[in-house]
Design a protein around this ligand. Structure first.
Ligand code: SAM
Length: 187
């Protein structure tokens, strides 16, 4: 978690708005999410809210990082903001129409992922997950070294998915996007 707290201020510039990134990737994600029917939505691991603003409907933003949430709050002042660490979700059954997670699910271990899926089923009517796909088409997970702009190196847990693997983990569902770079599935 320390990694994302430390990365908060540089997150947008080094992720979605990366100068070497292809802006068509973000546009493809925006367009898929914006086409979903409006729902009361819990965004789990919302980060800076860069993606959250594309979700139609009332928003509750959840993240474990205070630094990330401070940026998300400025970006989306009308959203509810909750600081919590998943997989447990601090909400009553059926609190939301939709639970959404972008680039969070793949940082969890297999057991945490199973717990989170079970928790999202409890609190929301549907789950939408966005994750990075494996370019070679082979699911893999494990430690990955990352470097912050100040040169600090940190190790995180990271999964690269196939849509088949995502669907099998969240239960049968539909594929809303399969590449480039990201898959979006709904169950
Ligand atoms: C890769 S960022 C994704 C942010 C945003 N969803 C996006 O796609 O731009 C992962 C986010 O998940 C948060 N996070 C990681 N592990 C978490 C946990 N166990 N509980 C809550 N938030 C977590 C981090 O603080 C970070 O903001």
């Amino acid at each position: 978690m320390d990694y994302y707290e430390r990365r908060a201020a540089e997150y947008d510039a080094t992720a979605w708005a990366h100068p070497e990134g292809d802006p068509r990737t973000a546009e493809a994600v925006r367009s898929v999410l914006a086409s979903l029917p409006a729902q009361s939505t819990l965004d789990i691991g919302c980060g800076t809210g860069y993606v959250s603003r594309w979700l139609p409907g009332d928003l509750t933003l959840l993240d474990a990082s205070a630094g990330m949430l401070a940026i998300a709050r400025r970006r989306l002042p009308d959203a509810n903001v909750v600081r919590a660490s998943v997989p447990r979700l601090p909400f009553a059954d059926r609190s939301f129409g939709r639970a959404f997670a972008a680039n969070l699910y793949g940082h969890l271990t297999e057991q945490q992922r199973a717990e989170l899926v079970s928790e999202t089923r409890r609190v929301a009517g549907e789950i939408v997950i966005l994750e990075q796909v494996a370019e070679d088409g082979l699911f893999r997970e494990g430690p990955e070294e990352r470097e912050l702009l100040d040169g600090t190196r940190m190790t995180i847990h990271k999964c690269y998915f196939t849509v088949e693997r995502l669907l099998s983990e969240i239960g049968a569902g539909e594929v809303l996007m399969n590449g480039p770079m990201f898959a979006i599935v709904r169950a």
